[in-house]
Design a protein around this ligand. Structure first.
Ligand SMILES: Cc1cc2nc3c(=O)[nH]c(=O)nc-3n(C[C@H](O)[C@H](O)[C@H](O)COP(=O)(O)O)c2cc1C
Length: 197
C-alpha cells in the first residue's frame, strides 16, 4: 500500500485535513457567543460513548475569572516549586489570559460494572478533539492544552471536581491573530503493519 487515493475523490477530507491548532497565545477576542458556544458543544458531544455513560462535562473559564485563575496559578506554582524562577511564575499568571474562552473538559471516571475506565477516558479525549474541530469549522481557532494545572490537586479543589473527575483538557478558543503555521504531519505508511496469521 504505497499510493494514496487522489484527494479529488474525497472532497470532505479537506476539512479534516485542514485542522490545526492555533497556539493559545495567538488567540484573541471575539470568543464564540453563548449561542455559538452551545452549538459547538452540541457537535463536541457527538462522540463515541460505550454504554452511553456521558463520562464528561464542561467548566468554562472566561472574562475576569481567567485572570483570577492566573493569579492563583502563579501563587500555586511557587508553592509547587519555589525555585522555578520569575519566567515560570509569569507563564502561570498568563496561562489563561490569552484566549478569551477556555472550555475545561472534565472526564467523569470511577467504578463502572461494565465499561472499562480507559474507554470512558478515551471518549472524553474524543470530546476535546471534536470541540477543536467544531471551533475551527465555525471560524475560530483553538488549542488543547493541559500542563501541570490539569493534574494539580489544589486546582481540582478550586474547580470543585469530584473524587473520580479529571481534567483532560483546557480547550482555548478565540479568534486567530494570524494564520497558524502548518507542521509536518506523520506519514501513515510508516505506522502501518498488517497482521498475517
Ligand atoms: C492531551 C493533550 C495535552 C496537550 N497539552 C499541551 C500543553 O500543555 N502544551 C502544549 O504546548 N501543547 C499541548 N498539546 C499539544 C497541542 O494541543 C497541539 O497538538 C500542538 O500545539 C500541535 O498542534 P496541532 O494540533 O496542529 O498538531 C497537548 C495535546 C494533547 C492531546
Amino acid at each position: 500500500m504505497s499510493q494514496f487515493t487522489p484527494d479529488s475523490l474525497y472532497a470532505n477530507l479537506a476539512t479534516l485535513d485542514g485542522r490545526r491548532s492555533v497556539p493559545a497565545k495567538q488567540l484573541t477576542g471575539p470568543a464564540p457567543d453563548d449561542a455559538t458556544l452551545l452549538r459547538l458543544l452540541q457537535s463536541a458531544v457527538r462522540v463515541p460513548d460505550h454504554g452511553k455513560r456521558m463520562p464528561w462535562r464542561f467548566l468554562l473559564i472566561r472574562g475576569d475569572a481567567r485572570h483570577a485563575l492566573g493569579e492563583r496559578l502563579a501563587a500555586r506554582g511557587i508553592e509547587r516549586d519555589a525555585n522555578g524562577g520569575e519566567a515560570a511564575v509569569e507563564k502561570d499568571r498568563l496561562r489563561f489570559s490569552h484566549a478569551p474562552l477556555v472550555v475545561t473538559v472534565i472526564a467523569k471516571l470511577g467504578p463502572d460494572e461494565k465499561i472499562p475506565e480507559q474507554e470512558r477516558l478515551l471518549s472524553a479525549g474524543c470530546v476535546c478533539f471534536a470541540l477543536l474541530q467544531a471551533a475551527q469549522a465555525a471560524g475560530f481557532g483553538a488549542q488543547w492544552l493541559t500542563g501541570w494545572p490539569a493534574y494539580d490537586a489544589e486546582v481540582a479543589r478550586w474547580f470543585a471536581l469530584g473524587d473520580h473527575e479529571h481534567i483532560v483538557g483546557f480547550i482555548h478558543i478565540g479568534t486567530p491573530k494570524l494564520d497558524a503555521p502548518e507542521r509536518e504531519r506523520p506519514d501513515p505508511r510508516t505506522l502501518l503493519d498488517e497482521w498475517i496469521p
